[in-house]
Design a binder for this molecule. Structure first.
Ligand SMILES: [Zn+2]
Length: 171
């Protein structure tokens, strides 16, 4: 119980296939609680199960970082059903601590997902919420921050990671 260590880029579990969530019982509730606690403690806006080594299509989001219970969102088996417009925003990830990069995401999206009890619902997100939803769903498809950047930008980003690894600041 409680906080779990967050896996960093390079760990194969971050890119392993994720199984659908099928059991919505007490075990899932416990896991979801652990995931919120881990995300808040980091602190982060959300966390995907593979980031703590659990290869399930499950993520949590809380843009208030523990302040507003209304904002706690469980995403089990989420799918993007529509997306509109594009915007460029700075983005970080708990699996790339201290690093940020900028790339385009949809500005407005609709996601269909189950909650911790298995109930399906639609979530509409704009801007930061759209970005956060896309980010967590990417994790469930094994797509990481670094997969969105190319060329020199990517080379520079990898160089920054290597520097942190060398300094012992990476896991
Ligand atoms: Zn992330």
């Amino acid at each position: 119980m409680g906080r779990q260590p967050i896996l960093l880029w390079g760990d194969p579990r971050l890119v392993a296939p994720n199984e659908p969530v099928e059991a919505f019982g007490q075990e899932l509730h416990t896991l979801v609680t652990e995931m919120f606690e881990t995300s808040w403690a980091a602190p982060g806006l959300g966390l995907a199960a593979p980031q703590i080594g659990i290869n399930l299509r499950l993520a949590v989001l809380d843009l208030s970082v523990g302040k507003d219970p209304e904002q706690r969102t469980v995403l089990a088996n989420p799918e993007i059903t529509s997306q509109e417009y594009r915007m460029s925003m700075e983005e970080g990830c708990l699996s790339f601590p201290g690093l940020f990069t900028t790339f385009e995401r949809p500005k407005s999206i609709t996601v269909r997902a189950q909650d911790a009890t298995g109930k399906w619902r639609e979530i509409h997100g704009q801007k930061l919420l759209a970005q956060a939803l896309c980010h967590e769903i990417d994790h469930l498809n094994g797509i990481l921050l670094i997969d969105h950047i190319r060329g020199l930008k990517r080379k520079m980003f990898v160089r920054r990671v290597k520097k942190l690894q060398k300094a012992g600041a990476w896991g």
